[in-house]
Design a protein around this ligand. Structure first.
Ligand SMILES: C[S@@+](CC[C@H](N)C(=O)[O-])C[C@H]1O[C@@H](n2cnc3c(N)ncnc32)[C@H](O)[C@@H]1O
Length: 226
């Protein structure tokens, strides 16, 4: 799985620590959505996770959970504690210990052995693309997105190039998870989306990306003047 390690080297982690620019101090929105999802996850685990199913239980005596794209900061602990609590209510003895480990590598590839995980969680991470689509940075392509960081108010081809990259990445993600999950296991994804009837240009994300884009352009201009 060396390719997954290579891609991780090129990835952009969130800011560590707990100063004012850290992910810990700038991920309140993500934290709120994890709390909002708790009730749904509790219900799904209670109703659908059949821990007594022989196929599910035979894989080992331990219950294995992964949080993909967990980052630093408290959100992953909150999400994982929610899952452990819900599973405990279902089957595990209350005082059963748990062990945590970090696994480096890109979630676009297989990270865990075949049929080894009972529960996989990924929040606010799946929208990260594995790469900027090639056409977007190719000045000979109709999808060249000159001077922009986003597909809004760009030619239609730009949006299509991003959508195609996302479809490919999600396909790889799901293939890898299908291999890692035990039969009867559960996958929970929390990911931002737009409603069909709302134009992306009328969303808060659009305002934020416009601001970010003009800031990056100003910084690039300043750097080229210095
Ligand atoms: C916005 S953070 C989300 C953190 C946390 N899950 C939460 O909900 O607060 C996204 C994380 O996904 C990680 N990430 C992005 N692409 C990844 C990939 N291909 N493989 C593994 N992690 C990835 C980033 O490094 C970052 O730590």
């Amino acid at each position: 799985m060396s390719h997954s390690r290579d891609t991780m080297v090129k990835s952009c982690p969130m800011n560590g620590g707990d100063d004012e620019y850290s992910y810990t101090k700038n991920s309140m929105f993500q934290k709120e959505t994890i709390s909002a999802a708790k009730e749904i996850i509790d219900k799904e685990i209670a109703q659908k996770l059949d821990v007594k199913n022989p196929l599910f239980a035979s894989s080992s005596s331990s219950f294995r959970i992964a949080d993909l794209g967990c980052s630093v900061g408290p959100n992953t602990f909150i999400a994982m504690e929610n899952v452990i609590e819900a599973v405990k209510h279902k089957s595990l003895p209350p005082k059963r210990p748990y062990f945590a480990a970090g696994v480096p590598g890109s979630f676009h590839y297989q990270l865990f052995p075949t049929s080894s995980l009972h529960f996989i969680h990924a929040s606010h991470a799946l929208h990260w693309l594995s790469q900027v689509p090639n056409e977007v940075v190719d000045e000979n392509s109709p999808a060249w997105n000159r001077g922009k960081i986003f597909y809004l108010s760009a030619p239609e081809e730009v949006g299509k190039a991003y959508a195609a990259q996302f479809a490919k990445d999600v396909g790889m993600f799901l293939d890898a998870r299908a291999t890692e999950l035990v039969s009867g296991g559960m996958l929970v994804l929390i990911i931002g989306s737009f409603r069909n009837e709302i134009s992306p240009s009328h969303t808060l994300a659009s305002v934020l990306f416009d601001l970010l884009e003009s800031t990056l352009l100003d910084m690039a201009k300043e750097a080229s003047l210095n």
